[in-house]
Design a protein around this ligand. Structure first.
Ligand code: NAP
Length: 248
């Protein structure tokens, strides 16, 4: 009998949950609890951290989880590392559902950086209008370049004061090319800082930057331990089906 645990919080995880529910596979969906009103899922849902590797391993044993699917955001590195460790500890099969990163195309002006701190250093010294398309937990280091005017975009309004003054847009994606062009033109955006999330829902800002000839400081994905990784929901369902036929 299969009982899957989906580590979610992404659009792909929602697609997967819908497909798993449709297929009648027993599963639990897990949210990290970052957004105030997460989308409803057609599966039993839990919200909040597990308590590190040991907490996740305990949950796997307690809930009788047979398969873990890591469908978290490509930059949710701590959760992904914990999943590898907890699945190794409990001998539970793990698969990652992770969209491919964006690749540079003709006309892109990307400055690729390994992390947030080097991204801050890549910004110019002269004042610029910078769109920080990164999660709210990661903005603090930009306070060291206060000469810039920052535009931030969050799913929920900020609860705590921001580490620097900023123009905050509260909106949930996916975003369109038209909308991103409009937003960047209206605010006179001259630099963009983004993470290489991949996928269609978030790429409109990158396409808009190319159209407007704007530089993008593109933060590369974090390094993760080796794991089975696929890019489509169908492959995950197939993986679960394969296991069923083998009686795993
Ligand atoms: P993270 O830094 O890798 O995770 C930090 C901690 O949050 C984890 O160690 C875990 O706590 C808890 N956590 C994260 N995802 C969880 C999940 N799906 N279920 C239960 N606990 C979870 O991750 P993050 O960047 O804060 O992202 C948190 C969530 O937001 C993820 O579900 C991710 O898919 C989603 N998300 C992230 C981004 C992003 O840009 N990073 C963008 C869109 C959506 P414990 O150690 O206590 O288990």
């Amino acid at each position: 009998m299969i009982r899957a645990l989906i580590l979610g919080g992404t659009a792909d995880a929602s697609l997967l949950a819908a497909e798993i529910a449709r297929a009648g596979i027993d599963a639990v969906y897990s949210y990290g609890g970052r957004t105030r009103a997460p989308a409803d899922q057609p599966l039993p849902t839990r919200i909040g951290g597990f308590g590190g590797v040991s907490g996740l391993a305990d949950c796997i044993r307690r809930e009788g989880i047979t398969h873990v699917i890591d469908a978290t955001h490509p930059f949710a590195a701590e959760m992904s590392r914990n999943a590898v460790a907890a699945c190794t500890e409990t001998g539970t099969p793990l698969i990652a559902l992770e969209r491919a990163p964006w690749t540079r195309v003709s006309g892109d002006n990307w400055i690729e950086m390994a992390n947030i701190n080097t991204a801050v250093a890549a910004l110019p010294d002269a004042p610029a209008n910078v769109f920080l398309a990164i999660g709210r937990q990661h903005i603090a280091p930009f306070a060291t370049k206060p000469q810039h005017s920052y535009t931030l975009r969050f799913v929920d309004p900020p609860e705590a004061p921001l580490p620097f003054p900023a123009d905050v847009i509260v909106s949930r994606g996916p975003f369109t090319l038209h909308g991103e062009l409009e937003m960047m033109r209206t605010r006179g955006i001259s630099w963009i800082v983004a993470r290489n999330s991949g996928g269609d829902g978030a790429r409109a800002k990158v396409d808009a930057a190319r159209r407007l000839g704007l530089p993008v400081v593109m933060i590369s994905r974090p390094q993760l331990p080796e794991r089975l990784r696929v890019e489509s929901v169908a492959e995950v369902v197939q993986w679960l089906g394969h296991r069923t036929r083998l009686g795993a």
